[in-house]
Design a protein around this ligand. Sequence first.
Ligand code: 13P
Length: 247
Amino acid sequence: MKKRLIVGNWKMNGSLAANRALLEALRSGLDSLRCAVAVCVPAPYLAQTSQLLSGSDMAWGAQDVSAHEAGAYTGEVSAAMLKEFGVRYCIVGHSERRQYHSEADGLVAAKAQRALELGITPIVCVGETLAERDAGRTEATVTRQLAAVIEENAPRTADIVVAYEPVWAIGTGQTATPQQAQHVHALLRAQLGAAGGDAAQIAILYGGSMNAGNAAELLAQPDIDGGLIGGASLRAPDFLKIIAAAL
Ligand code: 13P
């Protein structure tokens, strides 16, 4: 069985002092990890995070990467820059970037490609809005989003992580039921399998109001391999409980 993966997405939260307290609490709260754990932090905190987590079993990642290699792209951060800070994972296509920064499927696929080129594992986010779910377009939406990444990165699909994050469940306290999530995860795994990869080995995470209380039930589903956690990853006791639920 593949190892489970629990990833914290701090989003645009943190400070040097708060990060130190959180990361030190996580380090001392984890003895030996039987599941993989990572935190995806704002880019300016990668140096601090790499210092505080080096020598631990925890990995760290970024929340975005430029689709360009280098050059006149003000404000962007390249995959090569992330690599210099020991980044193992990079979230791409989070719904907040699709929604507030107009990121389309093609751009998300290109970002995944840049990460893969540098040996960084892209965590590819897909998920439907409430309007899309209500219109019966959940399956069409998530498979379209994933197809773009598969087409661009076909031979390397086995090296990605997928995160199913229903937009209506993010930051709302309204979690997808384990059955709703399992249904979509199975669909995504079948799509990955049809693309030729060993889909059983690809981690598919659930994200959207996952917390210490609901993690175990979600993680008990056969196709839910881990979690991408926002709010609860900012509180060490909650994040540690989610990690414990994944062991
Ligand atoms: P919440 O856990 O705060 O709902 O956020 C989920 C998410 O967007 C993780 O990427």
